[in-house]
Design a protein around this ligand. Structure first.
Ligand code: SAM
Length: 288
């Protein structure tokens, strides 16, 4: 296990090589080296996720426990650190006790891939690019919509972040030097598939089937109406869906409808207003 504080360049070199090689030979989770997130970057991670007293934060690979402890101490959150190095788990527990947050900052000696993360409202990680990708299907399909996921330095491949921030780090000893990037993703509701319901507006109500094709937080939509179809595009942020519907197939000069929608389990509902007119779109998920 590498420890911070070992003088350069002996310490710097292996980490840079691991990071560079990971592009060519996928890293395994057990190759993630121990390196701590600088305190100002910890704060930036918690800030970009908007961590607060109502949150359950899980740090995957928690090292000395600093992210979980900061979330509990400075933001009033409950936190769980998952770490497979038992010495680091013991160190984290001592640190949490010293900081007076042992009741809200817990640590488990466990492999992150064997951990149930479904109750988390915030997940943080400082791992490696390939390990983030290994975790990606679990993040997308196990976590509740709206869960915030924050990664220090490594992104999630072609799943674009919803936000990011670059933070200066003067004495950073690992790649990339001099700064850190923190990335935020908000787990999107899974809306892909068919939904049946109604579209109502100034001219009355009509039955509609909505077909969504989704990739991460983006979706395309087809609205199947009695005599025509309308195309749409959507952006998903947790359970909130912003759906823009192009009405030119109905009337060439008709302005698009911008629906602000919410998904709750098997229902989606929202309204759009244009030129003093109000449209309501509501539908239930079709299961076959
Ligand atoms: C780069 S450190 C980050 C430590 C801490 N999260 C921070 O940001 O300061 C990554 C940590 O993940 C742990 N780790 C790596 N793979 C793991 C796995 N599969 N299960 C549990 N812990 C793991 C390592 O032991 C190491 O402590």
């Amino acid at each position: 296990m590498k420890r911070p504080g070992i003088p350069l360049p002996l310490f710097l070199l292996p980490l840079m090589i691991v990071a560079a090689l990971s592009a060519f030979s996928p890293a395994r989770a057990d190759e993630v080296p121990y390196e701590t997130t600088p305190e100002n970057v910890v704060e930036a991670m918690l800030a970009i996720a908007g961590v607060g007293a109502q949150d359950n934060l899980v740090d995957l690979g928690s090292g000395d426990g600093r992210i979980v402890i900061a979330a509990a101490k400075r933001h009033g959150a409950r936190g769980l650190g998952i770490e497979y190095d038992s010495e680091l788990v013991e160190l984290s527990r001592r640190n949490a006790k010293r900081e007076g947050v042992a009741d809200r900052a817990k640590f488990l000696k466990q492999d992150i891939f064997d951990t149930d993360i479904r109750k988390a409202t915030v997940v943080t990680m400082y791992l490696l690019p390939e390990v983030n990708l290994d975790l990606r299907p679990r993040i997308l399909f196990e976590l509740a919509p709206g869960t915030r996921v924050v990664s220090h330095d490594w992104n999630m491949g072609d799943w674009e972040p919803d936000d990011h921030a670059v933070v200066s780090v003067e004495d950073k000893k690992v790649y990339p030097l001099a700064h850190s990037t923190v990335y935020l993703w908000i787990v999107p509701a899974r809306i892909a598939g068919f939904w049946r319901g109604t579209l109502s507006g100034p001219d009355g109500e009509e039955r509609v089937v909505i077909e969504f094709a989704q990739r991460f937080q983006e979706a395309t939509a087809t609205l199947w109406l009695k005599r025509w179809t309308m195309a749409g595009s959507a952006r998903i942020r947790g359970d909130a869906v912003s759906l823009t519907v192009d009405r030119s197939s109905w009337k060439e000069d008709a302005a698009p409808l911008l629906f602000k929608m919410r998904v709750a389990k098997d229902r989606i509902e929202g309204e759009a207003r244009v030129g003093g007119e109000r449209y309501l779109l509501r539908a239930k998920r079709l299961t076959n």
